[in-house]
Design a protein around this ligand. Sequence first.
Ligand SMILES: *[C@@H]1O[C@H](CO)[C@@H](O)[C@H](O)[C@H]1NC(C)=O
Ligand SMILES: *[C@@H]1O[C@H](CO)[C@@H](O)[C@H](O)[C@H]1NC(C)=O
Ligand SMILES: *[C@@H]1O[C@H](CO)[C@@H](O)[C@H](O)[C@H]1NC(C)=O
Ligand SMILES: *[C@@H]1O[C@H](CO)[C@@H](O)[C@H](O)[C@H]1NC(C)=O
Length: 640
Amino acid sequence: MKTRQTSFVVAILSVVATAVKITDIQGVAFQSPFAGEWVHNVTGVVTAKDRYGFWVEGEPLEDTRVSNGLKVYSATLGRHVQTGDLVSLSGRVAEYRQAARPNDLYLTELELPSNLEVLSEGNTVIPLVLSKTGDRIPPATLLSAHDVGPDGWLSVPNNVTLLERANATLRPDRYGLDFWESLEGRLVTIPTPTAANFPDMFGSVWVYGDWDIPGKNERGGLTITPVDKMPDSHPGTVLIGRPLDGTRLPKSVVGMKLSDITGVVTYQFGYYYILPLTAPTVLHTPVQAPLPASITSTDHPCEIIIGDYNVENMSPRSNHIPFIADHIANYLHSPDIMFLQEIQDDSGSRDNGVTSANQTLTVLVKTIAQAQAGEDNEVIAPYSYSFVDIDPEDNMDGGKAGGNIRVAYLWRPEKVSLLPGVRGTATQATEVVEDANGQLTLSLNPGRIDPTSDAWEETRKPLAAAWQTTNGDRFFTVNVHLSSKRFSSSQHGDARPPVNGRAVQRTHQVKVTATFVDSILAKDSSASIILAGDMNDFVQTRTVFHPLHSLLHDINDVADIDPAERYTYVYEQHAQEIDHIFVSDAVAKRGAEVEHVHVNTWALSASARASDHDPTGAKIWVCKRLEDVAGRRLVIQADI
Ligand SMILES: *[C@@H]1O[C@H](CO)[C@@H](O)[C@H](O)[C@H]1NC(C)=O
Ligand SMILES: *[C@@H]1O[C@H](CO)[C@@H](O)[C@H](O)[C@H]1NC(C)=O
Ligand SMILES: *[C@@H]1O[C@H](CO)[C@@H](O)[C@H](O)[C@H]1NC(C)=O
Ligand SMILES: *[C@@H]1O[C@H](CO)[C@@H](O)[C@H](O)[C@H]1NC(C)=O
């Protein structure tokens, strides 16, 4: 057999030279026992190449903690090898991460390689098959032994341990990061994987294979659900990066089935990746179109349909208004009250001092009226929806500069009305008070909750409102949009548990909101209260929601929604619920229906979405009287 040989002179030569196996280099821990050392006569078969070098795979060990794959970092040397070459080479073992990315995990590499010798050609490496019927499957629920705390990987405080500093011995049977680390550099196949999301901004796709995964929803996405009371992190899900042969990944959607993916396991940009040798093809795209909610409004004054929708930076000129209007009119069937978030001012993100959103809301309610009437029918004011909001102080509530996003209510005046009162201003706090008849109302209606509290610095303030039915029964609502998860760190990163951006601020915000809710319940423990909106966190982050725990009920629990189907958003590998509806005891005891309407998470492309959030619709009973409704007797639920 023909042998090619290439020699490279290395400036510094080590003193001692011994043959070292790839498995010796990888070792049983996150970091190599040879880190920083020169090694010689490292042999392995070339499995893949990229423009920075190539991957080699040596003899495997029985010990599943130890990888037999390795990245060789050298573009020059890469040009002298072919896939299938059995090579021998020297080099220095490095634990590498970009200086600009200090929260990344280290990738074990052989750098400054030399003494390359091709011992034979045309060798094959059989990929390790990741599937239930194959060689290995990832662990089911946990990412890292260091995600300690009451809520596992979602625990607060975050960043208690640095994984690389701890350099633990790998436990690939138990922890996802350990599992992927134990395969670092190896050639693996995931047979017919499923995509868990749309592509990310680099075109990479999160996938999972054929193994049991808690929280798998009907669409094929992976919902964050509790397992043994701990939130599941979907540790077996992995990013598929740019194919090594220059082909392009298909544009994924949630639940899309792909053909087998074979590639090398690596770590880059904060995550474990498989770099496929070539792009997979699409085997199947979910065909079921999003279904409209089955909940519809009734004539009964006590039975109220609410909708909740983050309409993503809506201004009067937004192209997505007709889609949002269609969702409200035809998928939620025009709820009696809409809780909206991310309504921008009338000048959108132009930073010009305008704070009123009167035009934004007017255009929206007019477009909803058109959607209700059908495309060609001209609609004239008054539209079926009235609206109310409170203008923020200019650029004081976070979000896109100049946009002045705020929460707002739409309501159907023939069904409900705001109790008479004065609308508050940006800085005035509303309070629960008794009116002249001794009935509860709000001092400002609607009004903001404690808007000058530190909790709301640089963020949207909640809008509380007191309502009455056409029979005069009263209820309260709070519409919130808590601080975003900006500044969160990677779930595959060094900081354990990962940093949950602004969790401390959200906890404070929930606390202030809970204090307000409690002030109503203190005056009337059987008050009907609905708290809804974009809360930017999962109920599984129990620390954040703790202040509400004894006051309100998650409407999903009241309606007994399958935990896997509780999602309104998809981010990275998770389908997740960050939009919530909570109700008071009195409302919960009368039962409720709720539906998350997946008009956006089920879109056939990321760009076809009208918003990044799905809307939710719910039916509740707001009167203290119980009675027969359309043949259905409302029964007090004793077990709530
Ligand atoms: C490495 O291999 C070369 C032949 O390619 C041999 O001459 C040398 O002795 C080996 N070194 C070690 C440390 O095994
Ligand atoms: C990491 O752990 C391995 C195995 O215990 C050890 O050989 C290596 O020196 C450790 N590296 C560091 C930087 O602690
Ligand atoms: C985690 O904490 C360390 C200090 O222990 C700090 O250097 C690092 O920047 C933090 N990581 C993140 C992602 O905030
Ligand atoms: C919106 O603006 C119009 C015209 O300026 C005004 O008549 C109306 O009262 C405003 N509506 C609300 C809800 O502020």
